[in-house]
Write a protein that binds this ligand. Structure first.
Ligand SMILES: [Zn+2]
Length: 278
């Protein structure tokens, strides 16, 4: 090997190592840490508990997939694979995942109603089927509904295109069975484990892939003060805030929300994500 070839190989190796390190760091910064429970849903006193975490072989690292050119035009956000991490305006969107839940969703709805705030609920299909009245309340009170998969499968993006489409369709159908006039314009991948395949399904179904920019990791029950502090200090114009109204003991989220709503309203306009509906 000549000196110049050796030098070129060394440079390429260094660049590749740097890219891999960046992809690793990015993937990990976008995805919550592993839930104490294992993959899938388990049942507790607080209802179904979802593993909000990618599998052990890591998240779908942006840029590391060999088929990034399959990312559709609708995925024009700045998050992983083009998922949206901003409202696109100065307004801030509060989003609540994993419900509806008969214990926590009514408490979140009551607080939002008390402050006149509209938000976005990313509902799990099997929960929408179990609690259609709550889905109906979410829609009737002017909040936006978002598809969060049928049973919170963090590996859904790695399954066949047919399986992904069937899962998202089944979830949309459960939402529409409860709230026939709802317009479902968004999909949020459980665990944030986006893949080109799930992006393609979103594009085919007219769903905007929705990620987030502020994550207080409330599903890890860090306590209301930690949740409140993270949201209060990290929320900036255009933020999409991720919280949960199901999947475990959400008393901390509810308590934090009570403190956050007046504080955020003093600094931002809060909006339900637009659905394009009249
Ligand atoms: Zn979730």
């Amino acid at each position: 090997m000549s000196g110049s070839t050796l030098k070129a190989v060394t440079v390429v190796t260094a660049v590749l190592a740097g890219l891999l390190a960046s992809a690793y760091a990015l993937g990990h910064s976008l995805v919550p840490e592993r839930h104490p429970s294992t993959a899938g849903a388990t049942t507790s006193a607080y209802g179904p508990r979802y593993a909000d975490q990618p599998p052990s072989d890591g998240p779908g690292t942006p840029g590391a997939d060999p088929t990034p050119d399959t990312v559709p035009d609708t995925a024009d956000g700045d998050g992983p694979y083009g998922a949206h991490v901003s409202t696109g305006s100065a307004r801030v969107a509060l989003t609540f995942d994993d419900g509806p839940d008969p214990r926590w969703t009514p408490q979140v709805l009551a607080l939002l109603g008390q402050y006149g705030v509209k938000a976005t609920f990313c509902v799990v299909g099997e929960n929408a089927e179990s609690y259609p009245d709550l889905v109906r309340s979410i829609a009737a009170e002017g909040h936006t509904l978002c598809n969060h998969s049928w049973k919170h499968d963090v590996n859904l993006g790695r399954r066949t295109p047919e399986t992904i489409r069937a899962d998202l369709t089944r979830t949309n159908d459960a939402i529409l069975a409860a709230a026939p006039h709802a317009r479902i314009a968004y999909y949020r991948q459980p665990g944030g484990v986006w893949t080109p395949q799930v992006m393609s399904a979103c594009a085919a179904m007219g769903l905007t892939p929705l990620h987030w920019s502020v994550d207080p990791s409330d599903w890890k029950t860090p306590g209301p003060t930690a949740i409140e502090t993270t949201v209060r200090t990290q929320t900036a114009p255009g933020a999409i805030v991720l919280m949960h109204d199901a999947g475990g003991d959400r008393s901390g989220t509810v308590a934090a929300l009570q403190r956050l709503l007046p504080e955020l309203l003093g600094r931002f306009e809060l909006e339900p994500l637009p659905t394009g509906a009249a």
